[in-house]
Design a protein around this ligand. Structure first.
Ligand SMILES: NC(=O)c1ccc[n+]([C@@H]2O[C@H](COP(=O)([O-])OP(=O)(O)OC[C@H]3O[C@@H](n4cnc5c(N)ncnc54)[C@H](O)[C@@H]3O)[C@@H](O)[C@H]2O)c1
Length: 336
């Protein structure tokens, strides 16, 4: 198949591109290449004939539309987005505008392309990759998010993603654009830009700097290994139903402080140094509007798609920490 991945130079997108190439698909990665991209993770694919790249900001409709019409995809995965909550709080206008305008352009360009290519439309899927943060926050007793949970975003990031989900649904209802929406929990793994929690913790430990933990550290996130996420996105390509929403998660709820302690101890063990990394933990003022808990009910992907995660959280965290230690120069350069 011919598959476009937008945001393919980002953390999750680059893992998805690699999986699709492994499955012998022809891939076009469209990415604007921001400071937060990790395009170097795809360096080894540059000579692969199945891999194509175009540097385009999705906010540029005409460039995007030309790329789609020339490539003639059967599938589009949409991952391009400004993705960091803290940046959405400090610079909400550009952040939100970018996410919303990019999605409208993609929907409209895909819609016009399919109007001209009705045969392709029959089996076409636009898979919009979104987040569980659109559902807002749970308290410790509330049931996990299902696909029917109320949309109640807290941060400008979450609100921008919720807006894009609604736009995607509107293009499906109004223009019969064949779409699927996925809402996934917090990802971790190799090549994550060190503005996100796990690589920040590792980077601070390696520099022997204090590790900033928001509030009392009791906020809970539901962690998924990035390779499980992209596997699930591939299952959705194969078995997902048009018009449906799928929550993606693998049942790994953990308080931020406990995650941080686990990483501190792992690195102590691996590096065999005498300094106790736990001493670096430093509680800082809480993030504005900080959601207490996210948790995904993954019954739908299990029952309707037969999806099963391949990786155990502990093992995946272990190999992730080892990857960052083995690539400490990369980490250092990204945090200069
Ligand atoms: N990281 C997570 O835990 C997580 C969880 C659930 C959903 N998501 C969603 O998955 C997607 C990918 O997340 P990520 O963590 O890989 O993010 P990332 O920031 O690592 O990568 C995003 C990529 O998109 C590109 N991009 C952003 N805006 C663009 C635009 N206007 N035009 C072209 N390219 C653009 C960036 O250059 C970057 O390479 C996002 O849509 C995010 O909302 C992420």
């Amino acid at each position: 198949m011919r598959i476009i991945v937008t945001g393919g130079s980002g953390f999750i997108g680059s893992h998805l591109v690699r999986l699709l190439i492994k499955k012998k698909h022809i891939v076009l990665n469209i990415d604007k290449l921001s400071k937060f991209s990790v395009n170097e993770s795809l360096d080894d694919l540059k000579k692969n004939k199945k891999y194509n790249f175009k540097k385009i900001d999705l906010q540029n409709y005409s460039k995007l539309s030309t790329a789609i019409n020339n490539f003639k995809p059967n599938i589009i995965y949409n991952l391009a987005a400004e993705s960091h909550v803290d940046r959405s709080i400090t610079n909400p206008i550009n952040f939100v505008k970018s996410n919303i305008n990019s999605t409208i352009n993609l929907l409209e360009a895909a819609n016009k392309y399919l109007d001209k290519n009705t045969k392709i439309k029959k089996n076409f899927k636009l898979i919009h990759v979104s987040t569980d943060e659109i559902y807002g926050s749970l308290n410790s007793k509330e049931k996990k998010f299902t696909e029917k949970s109320k949309i109640e975003p807290s941060s400008p990031y979450a609100a921008s993603k919720a807006s894009t989900d609604l736009l995607v649904k509107a293009w499906n209802k109004t223009y019969k654009l064949p779409i699927i929406i996925t809402n996934c929990s917090n990802n971790f793994g190799p090549w994550q830009y060190p503005e996100k929690l796990i690589p920040v913790i590792i980077s601070k430990i390696l520099k022997k700097q204090t590790i900033p933990i928001y509030g009392n550290g009791k906020n809970i996130r539901d962690w998924i290994y990035v390779l499980d996420h992209v596997d699930c996105l591939y299952t959705i390509l194969k078995k997902g139903k048009i018009g449906e929403t799928y929550n993606i998660g693998t049942n790994n709820e953990l308080e931020n402080i406990n995650l941080c302690r686990m990483i501190c101890l792992k690195i102590n063990k691996l590096k065999k140094n005498k300094f106790n990394n736990l001493k670096l933990i430093n509680f800082v003022d809480d993030r504005k509007g900080h959601d207490l808990r996210y948790a995904i009910n993954n019954n739908k992907i299990k029952k309707t798609l037969g999806f099963r995660s391949k990786y155990k959280f502990e093992n995946a965290l272990d190999s992730t920490v080892k990857w960052y230690l083995n690539n400490s120069n990369w980490l250092k350069n990204k945090t200069k």
